[in-house]
Design a protein around this ligand. Structure first.
Ligand SMILES: Nc1ncnc2c1ncn2[C@@H]1O[C@H](COP(=O)(O)OP(=O)(O)OP(=O)(O)O)[C@@H](O)[C@H]1O
Ligand SMILES: [Mg+2]
Length: 251
């Protein structure tokens, strides 16, 4: 690990219009290659936090740095740069339904000038192989299952060669039988050392793939711990209550 964290979130707060305080003095640093899973009840600020990290939302105060470069308080140009450097995978994969699989993956890197077409296509093929979808190269995305589309969305994020990828509940819109294939790809990325912040309700993934768990409640980071500590002996009362609720739900 390098001495400088890849993602540095310092004292970040976010207030939406109407006075909703979605984030309250959040501190979190993520090292290069680290996998952080963010857990917490609905409305606790998980999505807002990762949206601030890639500039989809602007923090009201505090600072966010990616590889030492400030994300917030700058021009539209620097916002765009952040979005190029930090990939994002959402619950609804938002691919272009009228374009085939290969074009969906190569479009952004070609447009942004990250790669020439031939290089972008070679990279897309490598990524498709990695997610087990080589044979779908020319298929229109509208013909793919939800799990397949989400794997393509992951390829699309990776094609930009981002410094980190943020996941916001990437499996929660999928049919149960497709969750596993997407989590398997995420596990592979984790093993390859890609820096990831994942908001997910998949506790199995959190336990086995995370380097650290961040538990949020009411806009605050309540606890940060290694998964074995968090799941066995959570320190905060709110973490305990959350885990109890989850285990009851899964019974
Ligand atoms: N664009 C917005 N405008 C106003 N309030 C917002 C906006 N986005 C989020 N909020 C509020 O900020 C708080 C945190 O929302 P956020 O979406 O970050 O929670 P979350 O932890 O991701 O929840 P969930 O698990 O349901 O996705 C909530 O009270 C939410 O209603
Ligand atoms: Mg959310």
């Amino acid at each position: 690990m390098t001495s400088q964290p890849l993602i540095e979130i310092s004292n970040v707060s976010k207030e939406f219009r109407g006075g909703i305080r979605a984030l309250n003095n959040v501190d979190l640093t993520v090292a290069k290659g680290e996998v952080v899973v963010v857990l917490g009840p609905s409305g606790s600020g998980k999505s807002t936090l990762i949206r601030c990290v890639n500039g989809l939302e602007e923090a009201s105060s505090g600072s966010i740095r990616i590889a030492g470069e400030p994300v917030n308080g700058h021009s539209e140009r620097s916002w765009r740069k952040v979005r190029l450097e930090v990939g994002m995978v959402f619950q609804n994969y938002a691919l272009f339904p009228h374009l085939n699989v290969l074009r969906n993956i190569t479009l952004a890197p070609i447009r942004a000038g990250v790669m020439r077409r031939t290089d972008a296509e070679a990279e897309a093929r490598r990524l498709l192989k990695m997610v087990g979808l080589s044979e779908k190269e020319t298929a229109p995305v509208s013909s793919l299952s939800g799990g397949q589309q989400q794997r393509i969305a992951i390829c699309r994020a990776l094609a930009m060669k981002p410094k980190a990828i943020l996941f916001d509940e990437p499996t929660s819109a999928l049919d149960p039988e497709m969750v596993g294939e997407v989590l398997a790809v995420m596990r592979k990325l984790a093993e390859e050392g890609i820096t990831m912040i994942c908001v997910t309700h998949e506790m199995g993934f959190a336990k086995s793939a995370a380097d650290r768990i961040v538990f949020m409640d009411k806009g605050e980071v309540v606890e940060i711990a290694k998964p074995e500590e968090f799941f066995k002996s959570p320190k905060a009362e709110r973490s305990r209550q959350f885990l109890e609720l989850i285990s009851r739900h899964n019974d």
